[in-house]
Design a protein around this ligand. Structure first.
Ligand code: AMP
Length: 306
């Protein structure tokens, strides 16, 4: 590992030096994140945060590059890398979730990120005796909230904590995790965080598969099967464009396509884009969301209707 600079100021990006060659500063102590970010903010820097669980791919990179752009040359673009144990259920993949801090630092450098916040130990974020939780009630229900009890409580709590530790002006999240984005927006609104939340479009493989760190689990056969998720969603979108707006019929077609591909559906719903309540008709901006097991790997995806 190359030596990591211990100090970095927003001014580092001023001048002719290409941003992409800079290695970001790695800060492993969450208490130090708060001091540093508050200092940046007090100095007038625009602070922009991308929370991630690491093992970064091109989907994350689009958020990181946009964070750099939004921070501008005098702002501070931050990425947090933390595999949050509180959002995993007892039988889920916490211990085998893929990790590659060294590779992630190189990708953050290429995206122009100034500082990577990665706790050395999860207990530095959730200490023994942690007993405060953030529950976003309505939009956490159903969909992934139904299949993964406690998941969004863990997500909302860690994001609230990250917001307090990094005091960002702006935070970016992917539309790939559509329900998560709705949960964060509701939390920020209801608890008056005063942070601008930016939703970013889903980045896909050339064959349509949404990029995900969990794609690394797929065998070559399952990788082929995984194409059926985006195919089913795009087929539904095309059918709606051709005039089929009945949600039940659109869901039926998508279910058939997924069953034929040998994929086990966890849920497949068409919902209102803000309330996430099921709708009878796929109106413009309605969203079709799918979660399905491809082999043992659970993948999610979604598409908006035109
Ligand atoms: P994760 O590391 O899975 O927690 O993801 C960190 C952020 O990246 C979240 O806001 C995700 O929604 C976003 N993200 C993950 N995959 C994609 C993708 N394929 N396209 C765009 N954003 C993504």
């Amino acid at each position: 590992m190359r030596p990591i600079p211990t100090q970095r100021t927003p001014e580092r990006h001023r001048g002719a030096e290409p941003i992409s060659v800079n290695r970001p500063e790695l800060v492993t102590d969450p208490a130090a994140w708060q001091v540093r970010c508050r200092t940046d903010r007090a100095a007038g820097a625009r602070v922009v945060l991308v929370p991630t669980m690491g093992f970064l791919h091109d989907g994350h990179l689009s958020l990181l590059r946009e964070a750099r752009r939004l921070a501008g040359t005098s702002g501070v673009a931050l990425a947090s890398i933390f595999v949050n144990p509180t959002q995993f259920g007892p039988t889920e993949d916490l211990s085998r979730y893929p990790r590659d801090l060294e590779g992630d630092l190189a990708k953050c450098a290429a995206a122009g990120i100034d500082r990577v916040l990665a706790p050395a130990d999860p207990a530095q974020v959730f200490a023994a005796g942690h007993e405060t939780w953030v529950g976003v009630e309505r939009v956490s229900q159903g969909l992934c909230g139904g299949s993964r009890p406690g998941h969004f409580r863990g997500v909302a709590t860690v994001v609230a904590k990250l917001f307090n530790l990094t005091v960002p002006h702006v935070a970016l999240f992917g539309e790939k995790d559509f329900q998560q984005l709705a949960v964060i927006r509701a939390m920020v609104r209801d608890l008056s965080f005063g942070i601008e939340i930016v939703g970013m479009p889903t980045v896909r493989e050339p064959d349509g598969l949404a990029l995900s760190s969990r794609n690394a689990y797929l065998s070559p056969e399952d990788r082929q099967r995984a194409r059926s998720l985006s195919r089913a969603l795009f087929e539904a979108r095309d059918a709606a464009l051709a005039g089929e707006r009945d949600a039940e019929r659109l869901r039926g077609r998508a279910r058939d396509l997924l069953a034929t591909a040998g994929v086990r559906v966890d849920y497949l719903e068409i919902v209102h884009p803000e309330t996430l309540a099921p709708v009878a008709r796929a109106e413009p901006r309605s969203v079709m969301l799918v979660a399905a097991f491809v082999g043992t790997t659970r993948l999610i995806d979604n598409v908006r209707f035109p």
